[in-house]
Write a protein that binds this ligand. Structure first.
Ligand code: NAP
Ligand code: ZN
Ligand code: ZN
Length: 352
């Protein structure tokens, strides 16, 4: 065990502050990273403030699951990494590895409930009450959950791919976004801006739904063929019954019916946003009269996350970021709540 610096929440209302935390020593299958950059996800805020009743926060809480770092140690059984390599860690650091979902590479859906999330999962190492995330200096992770990062990509702008990127890439792939398909992305924040980039890159006719008129131009620049201001009922109606797929990234409770009405027969809306309060239940008739589905999707498995990182390296896709010093994270949370982020804050860990 060793001690490393971190930035943590100690209760739901106090600002995050500097502290130190224990990490396990790297075992034979482990990689130890010096963290260079860590993205700021809205889930970090939900967790730091204990907003999810289904997943209560264990304090102290060190958020952060969009981690890019430099390998400083690799255990003797590690085959894919050596000291000096750039590497990344996303939302998971462990799972049972033997159940059907894990065997299919869907560790985030581990059938034994064995997914160990990067932060706020009960501590499997027994050196701390919960896992501690990337707002810290070092992290030690089993090699299976460490990703390779191409040196072609800007490492700071790559960090958000580890959660925001994969969380939209995975449902876009699963539901077949591509040429000939009309795909909507709801909300232009961290997840949403990656959703627009990927849907466009896959060749889908891409429509951004935003509540912010100030984001219309950016939506187009990022790859949307059309931008709809979702508060404008007339603009919404023009798209009735026309979408194959809508990926909804909104971080707050809202009425889903206006979006469900825009789906074609057999169309699907996939919820990836995870708001504190539940959405009002949608009308059943909106679903049954056109055999539409409402679904959900959680991050992505390790193999698919690597596939996404490799795809991004090939196509030069990264996140649009605002690089900030670590102590500014509290201010960043307030701006995120106002939808004022273009389009992901990333912490520069050398400022810790
Ligand atoms: P974000 O950067 O804050 O973006 C959320 C966007 O939602 C905002 O930019 C805004 O876009 C839109 N929005 C509309 N009304 C809003 C309101 N009342 N309050 C807040 N946002 C509103 O958040 P994010 O990091 O992309 O995360 C989005 C959600 O996904 C969060 O709930 C997060 O916890 C969840 N998440 C889920 C997964 C998963 O595995 N399913 C993974 C990561 C994150 P406009 O201004 O364009 O309307
Ligand atoms: Zn996240
Ligand atoms: Zn499993």
């Amino acid at each position: 065990m060793f001690t490393t610096r971190a930035f943590a929440a100690t209760d739901p209302t106090s600002p995050l502050a500097a502290t130190s935390i224990p990490r396990r020593d790297a075992g034979p299958d482990d990689v130890e990273l010096e963290i260079l950059f860590c993205g700021v996800c809205h889930s970090d805020l939900h967790t730091a403030r204990n907003e999810w009743a289904a997943w209560p926060t264990i304090y102290p809480c060190v958020p952060g699951h969009e981690i890019v770092g430099r390998v400083v140690k690799a255990g003797p059984k590690v085959t894919n990494f050596k000291p000096g390599d750039l590497a990344a860690v996303g939302c998971m650091v462990g799972s049972c590895r033997t159940c059907p979902s894990c065997k299919e590479g869907l560790e985030q859906y581990c059938d034994t409930n064995g997914t160990v999330f990067t932060y706020n999962s009960p501590g499997p190492d027994a050196i701390a009450p919960a896992t501690y995330g990337g707002y810290s200096d070092r992290i030690v992770v089993n090699e299976h959950f460490v990703l390779r990062v191409s040196p072609k990509l800007d490492p700071a702008a790559t960090a958000p791919l580890l959660c925001a990127g994969i969380t939209v890439y995975s449902p876009l792939k699963h539901w077949g976004a591509g040429r000939g398909k009309k795909v909507g992305i709801v909300g232009l924040g961290g997840l949403g801006h990656m959703g627009v980039k990927f849907a466009h890159a896959f060749g889908a006719h891409t429509v951004l739904f935003t509540t912010s008129t100030s984001k219309i131009e950016d939506g187009r620049r990022l790859g949307a063929d059309e931008v709809v201001v979702s508060r404008n009922a007339d603009e919404m109606t023009k798209h009735a019954r026309s979408f194959d797929l809508i990926v909804n990234t909104v971080a707050a409770s809202h009425n889903l019916d206006p979006f469900i009405g825009l789906l074609k027969r057999d169309g699907a809306m996939v919820l990836v946003g995870a708001p504190e309060h539940p959405h009002p239940s949608p009308t059943v008739f909106g679903l049954l009269l056109a055999r539409r589905s409402l679904s959900g999707s959680g991050i992505g498995g390790i193999a698919e996350t690597q596939e996404m990182l490799d795809y991004c390296a090939e196509r030069n896709i990264v996140s649009d970021i605002e690089l900030i010093p670590v102590p500014k994270v509290n201010e960043a949370y307030e701006r995120m709540l106002k939808g004022d982020v273009k389009y992901r804050f990333v912490l520069d860990m050398k400022t810790l």
